[in-house]
Ligand binder design. Structure first.
Ligand code: ZN
Length: 136
């Protein structure tokens, strides 16, 4: 098992309630941002609200981490609003982080697909070489 895979599995084991119906693939370079986000959301009552990730994807160069919660009470709606700010900020920050390696990067608008890449991985992408950024 790769280091990224182990870290992602450890995160799931720590917060099992967050991953009850999760699809998509976490991205290697963005794993530290996502780990931090899970650590921030948990103390806000994530488990009580039965907050869970439904989709973890890359979209137009940045992360698209879609979340749902099960217990639709007023308290949980307020919690979700608080969490939304954290989630949006984390997603936005990934546009400046290489999706492959986690080094500072930028969304590469000249190449399709548009990916947030560091200089090294931009060059690899421009040469048409495959980029392996999904944690499978
Ligand atoms: Zn990179």
């Amino acid at each position: 098992m790769t280091d990224h895979k182990q870290r992602f599995e450890a995160l799931k084991a720590r917060y099992p309630y967050m991953f009850v119906e999760c699809v998509g693939h976490m991205q290697k370079g963005w794993l530290p941002v996502f780990e931090e986000l899970c650590h921030q959301v948990d103390p806000l009552g994530g488990e009580e609200a039965q907050l869970h990730w439904v989709q973890l994807e890359e979209k137009r160069g940045h992360a698209s981490w879609i979340v749902k919660f099960r217990n639709k009470t007023r308290a949980n709606t307020l919690r979700l609003l608080q969490m939304s700010d954290l989630i949006l900020a984390a997603e936005a920050s990934t546009a400046k982080i290489c999706i492959v390696c986690g080094e500072p990067g930028d969304v590469d608008v000249g190449l399709v697909p548009n990916l947030a890449l560091c200089q090294h991985h931009h060059e690899q992408h421009a040469r048409g070489e495959p980029l392996h950024f999904k944690i499978l």
